[in-house]
Design a protein around this ligand. Structure first.
Ligand SMILES: [Mg+2]
Ligand SMILES: [Zn+2]
Length: 168
């Protein structure tokens, strides 16, 4: 936004849970690219958030990695595919953070409701937490956001991401 000779940039982000928010969550892990089904309207809605000045950041628990259900190559392939869809539509995902741990085997700080993935995003992109929003479909997503000082919006699993004008 240009305001006379000065430009004011508010560094704000929309943090997004992945499974059940971006793509259909069958209540099991997404173990391959072919199982990754983007929910209707997601690309259009994310473009609106991007155009509203929000950096888009994915924060996703992928405990199936710790359980050996799939590999990091699969996770990277899924994220690369989704990034391609976004780029085709004229915007980008700034970063995909994923936690590869599971509480059964390793007590990390990144698995939500841990807030480390969100805190990394806030730091790496020099964001103002109070200007950021997280959208997730589980209470642990919201708890992670609150721990990081970010407003959380809980939606129903596999439903619809609210548009900026609906929540801002
Ligand atoms: Mg989810
Ligand atoms: Zn972790």
């Amino acid at each position: 936004m240009k305001n006379g000779s000065k430009s004011v940039v508010v560094k704000k982000a929309l943090f997004l849970d992945r499974d059940g928010v971006i793509n259909f969550d069958p209540d099991d892990y997404t173990t391959s690219l072919s199982e990754f089904q983007v929910l209707p309207g997601v690309i259009e809605t994310l473009k609106q958030w991007f155009n509203a000045g929000y950096i888009l950041i994915i924060v996703t628990n992928q405990g199936g990695l710790a359980k050996g259900r799939y590999t990091k190559d699969v996770v990277h392939a899924i994220h690369q595919y989704f990034q391609g869809l976004c780029i085709q539509s004229g915007f980008v995902i700034a970063h995909f953070y994923f936690c590869s741990h599971h509480i059964d085997s390793f007590r990390c700080l990144c698995r939500k409701p841990g807030s480390l993935m969100i805190e990394k995003g806030l730091h790496h992109f020099n964001l103002d937490a109070s200007e950021c929003i997280l959208i997730g479909d589980r209470q642990r997503d919201i708890d992670a956001a609150i721990s990081a000082g970010v407003r959380g919006i809980l939606i129903e699993r596999n439903s619809r991401i609210p548009k900026p004008e609906e929540v801002c």
